[in-house]
Design a protein around this ligand. Sequence first.
Ligand code: SAH
Length: 246
Amino acid sequence: MTGTLTIAGLGPGAQVLVTPEVSAALGEATDIVGYIPYVARIAPREGLNLHPTDNRQELERAKHALEMAASGKKVVVVSSGDPGVFAMASAVFEAMEKTPTYQTAEVRVLPGITAMLAAAAKLGAPLGHDFCAINLSDNLKPFEVVEKRLRLAAQAGFAMAFYNPRSKSRPHQFVRVLEILREECEPDRLISFARAVSTPEEVLTTVTLAEARPEMADMRTVVILGNAETRRVGAYVFTPRSHEAS
Ligand code: SAH
């Protein structure tokens, strides 16, 4: 491979949340590959080729990036948030694994601020004790797996962050998610809906599980469910560091 391949996280939206390391990689790139809205965040400049693609084409996009890097380009694959969280880094490694000539490629993964951490910081500290992150989309796994993980994580007492909570093509699934959570958690459990965090459209809403409505989430929302001890202080939501045995 004569070029370079970098996989970079652009953070949740605000320019100040793009790391200096990622800015430097973007500044040196000849080619940027990624999902249309993420590539749209890159300022065009002389000598930079932008390759925006549809969301469903992750593996093809990864292969294309590897091909361009092999032909001498400085390629940056961009994701929102962190590239290793429900994003392109895994897709690039899967594409590498499938093509023997690429298996020795050098790839740099540059971290970014993932949505749940940007949202948690705005809310206070809802992820201050043990937590897990679940992608609620069934594009890449059966919904039964989502249901099982949700139920077991709730029984284990984890706070949870939900990515891809609700899309127009599968509105019924988040209804089911709330049903399962209501079966497993007490009605006054806090749940926060953080939409478009760090952008001008940001909206943060915290309610109890009993008050939560499916319409509170969309594809630009990350949902954070507290654990049994998560509570409010002033305008903030926090989860204490220690676990009190119940
Ligand atoms: N790699 C990304 C996640 C991609 S999956 C990351 O690390 O953040 C896309 C999902 O991320 C969205 O459906 C939403 O749940 C969440 N998300 C991404 N950016 C967000 C933002 N600015 N505010 C709230 N949620 C966001």
